[in-house]
Design a protein around this ligand. Structure first.
Ligand SMILES: Cc1ncc(COP(=O)(O)O)c(C=O)c1O
Length: 384
């Protein structure tokens, strides 16, 4: 649809993808220009130290994880699917997920269940939506092989207590997987403090990296346990007519060889800006967003849990999510129409088929939220 307003863009969809800063765009343009002038593979040699070493070290600092335990991918789903389906489970094993699990992760867990016979159980929540940690502490046992917790879900803004859960799980056999797709760059994420063996995330959201960048932290003990699978040629060498050798022992053995130099050089710049910036400084804007949404008659905020992030989802008793998204777009305000079946155990089970998601980052201002509030009231036909 065409926009009728001409004001500056208000981007409240960092939970979809953040606005890429000028420095990141510049890095990417430099790579692409060099590729056009000198050749793509030749350009990769020029950027070798950055894309094969520097970006891993920087990400390692951001995540508080060893660089050798990090692998880069083109999406968080690919990162997850490079590990989880290869878990060596059996019918005696239980897998715990939470109601906030991302649908893509669930699909791969369902495949894992169908292949191995393991059982999937959903951790219960308390009435306000917080995970029931006492239940977890009471029920955890050594037949739980995997616990998967989404730090912040894509459908609503709850921040799950991943560090506290890590402390509960630490004495037990299970692997602990954290989906940090919506949390990395938005709230502090430290592998060391969480104590997980798998952590996946995307570069394009609150880190403001390019699309097509994502990563996984995979602990050595988890890598060692995985059922062997394909190795690509950046790590493997076919050394006879019948076999191949892999000398690399790092998490890079999980990657595919082909990838975009521009995207990962850009990701490195995004990580640099993140390290140098004040990335978590958005509490005031977030409070303004939450208050603005909650104050409008007929709006139902979907905000389970006692700790909230910069993501607020809501629906209106009469106006569809699509009409709200399009109505706000005409004011040059970006929000997203989310579907319940992407966070099915929470949203779909509560009958939420679609909703509007607004998400703020530190580049958003209280003034922008006021503009959003006025536009939203107009779209909903609510009194100003
Ligand atoms: C919580 C969560 N996990 C996983 C993903 C999948 O990320 P990707 O689209 O990079 O595969 C998303 C995407 O929005 C997400 O919000």
């Amino acid at each position: 649809m065409t926009s009728t307003a001409t004001g500056p863009l208000v981007h409240l969809n960092t939970a979809g993808a953040g606005l890429v800063p000028a420095e990141v765009r510049r890095t990417m343009a430099e790579v692409l220009d060099r590729e056009a002038a000198t050749g793509c593979y030749e350009t990769e040699i020029h950027y070798d130290a950055l894309v094969n070493d520097g970006v891993y070290r920087r990400l390692a600092r951001v995540l508080a994880a060893p660089a050798g335990d990090l692998a880069l991918f083109d999406s968080a789903t690919r990162a997850w699917c490079s590990v989880v389906p290869r878990l060596p489970l059996g019918p005696a094993d239980r897998v715990w997920v939470t109601p906030y699990e991302y649908a893509g992760n669930l699909i791969s867990l369902f495949r894992l269940r169908d292949r191995t016979g393991c059982r999937i159980e959903v951790v219960p929540t308390l009435p306000g939506g917080d995970l029931d940690l006492e239940w977890m502490a009471r029920n955890i046992a050594d037949d739980v092989a995997l616990v998967s917790v989404t730090h912040i879900p894509s459908g609503c803004g709850i921040v799950n207590p991943v560090e506290e859960i890590g402390r509960i799980l630490a004495p037990y056999r299970c692997f602990y997987a954290v989906d940090a797709c919506q949390s990395i760059g938005q709230v502090p994420v430290s592998v060391e403090r969480i104590g997980c063996q798998l952590l996946t995330g995307a570069g394009r959201k609150f880190l403001r990296g390019p699309r097509g960048t994502a990563f996984a932290y995979v602990a050595p003990e988890l890598r060692a346990a995985l059922v062997p699978d394909f190795h690509d040629l950046h790590v493997a060498r076919v050394d006879s007519a019948t076999g191949y050798r892999v000398d690399d022992t790092s998490a890079r053995t999980l990657e595919l060889a082909e990838r975009s130099t521009a995207a990962f050089a850009g990701f490195d710049t995004a990580l640099t800006l993140f390290e140098e910036g004040t990335p978590f400084d958005h509490a005031e804007v977030f409070e303004a967003l939450r208050a603005t949404v909650s104050a409008i008659p007929g709006v139902e905020p979907l905000t389970p849990g006692s700790v909230q992030s910069g993501i607020v989802s809501f629906r209106h008793e009469r106006v569809t999510a699509e009409a709200i998204r399009d109505g706000l777009a005409a004011h040059r305000i970006n929000v997203w129409r989310i579907v319940g079946h992407h966070t099915p155990l929470y949203m779909a089970e509560r009958g939420v088929e679609t909703a509007v998601r607004a998400s703020v980052h530190h580049y958003n201002t209280v003034g922008e939220i006021e503009r959003f509030g006025r536009a939203l009231r107009e779209v909903l036909g609510a009194p100003a």
